[in-house]
Design a protein around this ligand. Structure first.
Ligand SMILES: [Zn+2]
Ligand SMILES: [Zn+2]
Ligand SMILES: [Zn+2]
Length: 137
């Protein structure tokens, strides 16, 4: 009798979650990922989505930021240390690679050695900042 080991089902869910993240250019909430999976016909429980996203974030496979509506997740194109520029309106995000000497210098000015830092930049993307021509009839 061929029974599917539970691990296979689990990694299929994880793959579906990764696929949804890879297909998006912006940050997604667990709710949005849940809805995308529902739409593509891979029903995964919301609790599982939360758990899998948390696990992916923990191993560094996805980046996570805290937005106005809670924790958001994104599969970034780069593995190197970077920051994010995030549109508050549509969730679109860009990876930002900054020159960071000023962080070390500012901390050293207070006698601190930097162990880690968190920096996210929120704003409006070009599309959201300018009114769309479609909106005027
Ligand atoms: Zn990133
Ligand atoms: Zn940095
Ligand atoms: Zn936008």
């Amino acid at each position: 009798m061929a029974t599917t080991p539970p691990a296979t089902r689990h990694s299929a869910q994880k793959d579906a979650i990764r696929r949804a993240l890879n297909a998006s250019t912006g940050f997604l909430s667990a709710n949005q990922v849940h809805r995308l999976l529902q739409d593509e016909g891979t029903p995964v429980g919301l609790a599982t989505v939360y758990r899998q996203l948390g696990a992916l974030a923990q191993i560094g496979a996805v980046d996570t930021v805290t937005g106005p509506e809670g924790q958001l997740f994104r599969s970034c194109r780069t593995d190197s240390h970077h920051h994010h520029l995030i549109c508050e309106n549509c969730g679109r995000a860009e990876d930002l690679e900054l020159s960071e000497d000023w962080i070390l210098a500012a901390a050293a000015g207070h006698g601190f050695t930097v162990t880690r830092h968190v920096l996210e930049v929120f704003g409006l993307c070009a599309d959201c900042a300018s009114p769309s021509p479609d909106s005027t009839y």
